[in-house]
Write a protein that binds this ligand. Structure first.
Ligand code: DC
Length: 335
């Protein structure tokens, strides 16, 4: 069972306005959540005290929402609250993630839920970005876009094509024709290269180094950034990477930059990799991390840099859950 929230405001207190507003709100909730009538268990409505012309529950019944329990109540008259506002909570038998619907003047009530929001999460390798990104996405019911996976796929494409990485024109030719897609299945990101799911193949130390290398080419970055901006404009998501706050979404209102010492980052990677059965030693991981930091920070185009308006979080002494919680709190403070 899920509770789906929503609200709208009316242009005037007339029966027709209440009918139109309630119908628009409930229809939007039903369509956006792909709900069948039988899945709706009950609809709880409330209205501000300035609505006197028609019960919102009656308007809901007239709009065809008549197979479930309907209830409407009057909200207290609070100073400064929205005028002519109808709020709703729809209880539905579904396991799917739900979409809240805030329309008209009520959008201002929950900007985080009613508009596409993007969160930029940057930091060096092993700073915990991808774990934190997934936790934040889950808490806010949005997608998590791992942009590093895209550069990794670009590197894999070059590897499979047998190009010489030092030859810019060869890399460019391959990347020009790359067929790269990002899809989500059960909330998990899949990276598709030429139609093949390469999510596993791109997680090797060799691809980590190659991704860092090819990501320095402007043409590679242009291609990836274009795709990232397209996804970010369509869905609410948290993007983790190196240049999200500085380059991909410079106007993004929520920017975070994670840091941790190279030793702590290497230790985390070592522990994670050991669980996956990898035999790479701590020393070799630390060496890779330092090398990648050097490459990512010193490249000419969109280097790893903290945006001036990003919130910096030193994660050295924090758990991923604590970092995710801190990010969610900072977002709520700003909304
Ligand atoms: O986050 P990751 O380790 O999966 O990223 C792999 C490489 O891709 C990283 O070393 C640098 C590059 N990258 C980038 O240049 N810009 C991004 N937004 C994300 C990753």
């Amino acid at each position: 069972m899920k509770a789906i929230r929503g609200a709208t405001t009316l242009a005037a207190d007339t029966p027709d306005e209440v009918r139109a507003g309630v119908k628009e709100l409930l229809t939007a909730i039903k369509t956006k959540n792909n709900l069948h009538s039988e899945e709706i268990v009950c609809i709880l409505l409330s209205s501000t005290a300035d609505i006197k012309s028609l019960y919102p529950a009656k308007a809901a019944r007239e709009a065809g929402f008549s197979d479930c329990a309907l209830y409407s109540s009057l909200e207290p008259d609070i100073d400064g609250s929205l005028a002519l506002c109808v709020r709703v909570m729809v209880l539905a038998e579904t396991d799917r993630p739900v979409k809240y619907v805030y329309l008209r003047g009520a959008r201002s009530l929950r900007k985080d839920l009613s508009e596409v929001i993007n969160i930029a999460l940057d930091g060096p390798a092993g700073s915990g970005k991808s774990t934190v990104s997934k936790l934040v996405a889950k808490k806010l019911d949005i997608l998590s876009l791992d942009t590093g996976a895209m550069y990794r796929a670009a590197a894999l494409k070059c590897l499979k094509s047998g190009v010489d990485y030092a030859e810019k024109s060869q890399v460019e030719r391959v990347i020009d024709h790359i067929d790269l897609k990002v899809e989500y299945r059960d909330g998990r990101q899949l990276t598709l290269l030429d139609g093949e799911d390469v999510s596993g193949q791109i997680r090797t130390p060799q691809i980590s180094m190659l991704a860092s290398y090819v990501s320095a080419y402007p043409s590679v970055r242009m291609k990836m950034v274009e795709l990232q901006r397209k996804i970010a404009s369509e869905v609410s998501c948290i993007l983790d990477g190196r240049d999200i706050g500085t380059n991909v979404l410079p106007a993004c209102p929520f920017k975070f930059f994670l840091t941790a010492t190279p030793e702590i980052r290497a230790k985390r990677r070592y522990n994670e990799d050991r669980l996956k059965g990898s035999a790479q030693s701590y020393e070799s991981i630390l060496k890779d991390i330092n090398e990648r930091d050097e490459q990512d920070r010193n490249r000419a185009v969109a280097p790893l840099r903290c945006a001036a308006d990003a919130v910096v979080i030193d994660t050295s002494e924090m758990t991923a859950e604590e970092v995710a919680q801190t990010i969610c709190e900072k977002i709520q403070e700003k909304i």
